[in-house]
Ligand binder design. Structure first.
Ligand code: UDX
Length: 444
């Protein structure tokens, strides 16, 4: 099929390249000239495993190109809208200006029978409004809503082999369904479950899924708070309850909590939209989910203070990890970056390391100190904090590292280190939601 993908961020760039991999003829369109130039030369403008190779393959096949001009959408059959819906400044609601601009910009180029497919995460009601706008434009095009569930770090796999497909269609959406079936023929052929529904349900599926995941993480982090108070171990608790198939172990990792470009802003926008619809009571629990999540960041700073004898002022702290999760260079609402900034603002000398996220972190917090090697970060440190669970931190040799620090204190903000190995190597090891061991209790 001939298709356009409007918006070439984490979602759109991966979608465009993946669709071309599936044999479709794709043009990716974005207003950001630099991003378009990078993509057109086969360079991923952000870190996503496998994206560079995928782009190069797709560009070489001649089935993928990039442009800054919406006129290049003309003549395609399907137009995906994959632009961002960030949180509005000073408000919880989502900012729809990019979605609206993409649809407005597209309208002059639409032909009768074209299908506009929304992929961005939007407040419920947006699709119906946009469908009316497209109908009024007289273009003869129609709209479907087809939410995306991709995870950064696994974005290509999630796009090529999604665990489900959701089509939100108008009542007369038969033609739209046929077009989407053709787009996703490979996944459907492989037996991917398909839910065909109305616009509102499709929009809500996406935010409900993210709200559920956020709630699951905050649930285990609430248990972590209780474990800390009771001297219990949240990692063992998660293993034990996770064996119940109804609960499941995934997304039960306690630690610094969730961040990134989706979960935090999506639960806030969901609450805001429910309020507008008069259903705010239904989602007040998400406020608590958000609070529990944000409290973990403060707790990490408090734990550092506690471990350092009551004050972090002037103390040298090595921060390992800045990205909101491993295998990503994304620092949007990153708990790790938030903690690093809080430590620095409270007077600690913070040296930050991350395998991929330093350039993005530096843009947000230029005043923090960034170093390129783990060794540089930890040299003479009074405490080491692991805030993103990159494999290279999990694999650190605590004996080797212990020889370079000023004092062997480690705070495991992601419950990703082997506590016994670190303790055996002489470190005072503490983690969120786990008991202080006898040795460290004697030392604190
Ligand atoms: C999320 C959804 O998973 C995805 O379906 C949606 O399309 C976009 O939002 P993503 O933002 O890439 O994807 O990250 P995800 O893997 O969901 O992790 C979100 C945050 O939760 C990260 O900060 C991660 O560290 C944290 N997390 C995840 C935990 O703290 N504990 C867990 O057990 C799992």
């Amino acid at each position: 099929m001939r298709m356009s993908v409007i918006g070439c961020g984490y979602l759109g760039a991966v979608h465009a390249a993946s669709m071309s991999e599936l044999g479709h003829d794709v043009v990716g369109i974005d207003v950001d000239e630099q991003k378009v130039a990078a993509l057109a030369s086969g360079e991923a403008p952000f870190f996503e495993p496998g994206l560079g190779e995928l782009l190069q393959r797709a560009l070489a096949s001649g089935r993928l190109r990039f442009s800054t001009d919406l006129a290049d959408a003309h003549g395609n059959d399907v137009h995906f809208v994959a632009v961002g819906t960030p949180q509005k400044n000073g408000e919880n609601a989502a900012d729809l200006r990019y979605v609206d601009a993409a649809v407005e910009g597209l309208i002059p180029w639409l032909r009768p029978g074209d299908l506009v497919v929304g992929k961005s995460t939007v407040p419920v009601g947006t699709a119906r409004r946009l469908a009316e706008r497209i109908a009024k434009s007289g273009s003869g095009a129609s709209l479907a809503w087809n939410p995306e569930f991709l995870r950064e770090g696994f974005a290509i796999e999630d796009t090529l082999r999604p665990d489900r497909l959701v089509y939100g269609l108008a009542v007369d959406g038969g033609q739209a369904k046929a077009a989407l079936d053709e787009v996703y023929a490979a996944a459907l052929g492989a037996g991917t479950p398909l839910v065909v529904t109305d616009y509102e349900t499709a929009e809500l599926v996406k935010v409900a899924a993210n709200a559920f995941l956020a709630t699951k993480i905050s649930f285990i982090n609430a248990m972590a708070e209780v474990c800390e108070a009771a001297g219990a171990d949240v990692t063992q608790l998660a293993d034990a309850i996770g064996h119940d198939a109804r609960i499941g172990r995934r997304f039960l990792n306690a630690g610094l909590g969730f961040g990134g470009g989706c979960l935090p802003k999506d639960i806030r926008a969901f609450m805001a939209r429910a309020g507008e619809l008069g259903a705010d009571q239904a989602l007040t629990f998400l406020r608590e989910v958000d609070r529990i999540n944000m409290r973990r960041r403060e707790r990490a700073v408090d734990l550092a203070r506690e471990m350092l004898g009551g004050s972090i002022l002037g103390r040298r702290i090595a921060v390992l990890g800045l990205a909101f999760k491993p295998n990503s260079d994304d620092v949007r609402d990153s708990p790790a970056l938030n903690v690093s900034a809080q430590l620095a603002l409270q007077g600690a000398a913070v040296l930050c390391h991350d395998p991929k996220a330093i350039p993005n972190a530096r843009k947000r917090f230029p005043e923090l100190s960034y170093v390129d090697s783990i060794q540089e970060a930890v040299r003479d440190a009074d405490a080491v904090m692991v805030l993103t669970e990159w494999d290279e931190y999990r694999d650190l040799d605590p004996h080797e590292l212990g020889a370079t620090v000023s004092q062997p204190i480690v705070i495991d903000g992601r419950n990703c280190l082997d506590a016994t190995a670190w303790r055996d190597a002489g470190w005072r090891y503490r983690a969120l939601g786990r008991p202080r061991d006898v040795r460290s209790m004697a030392l604190v």
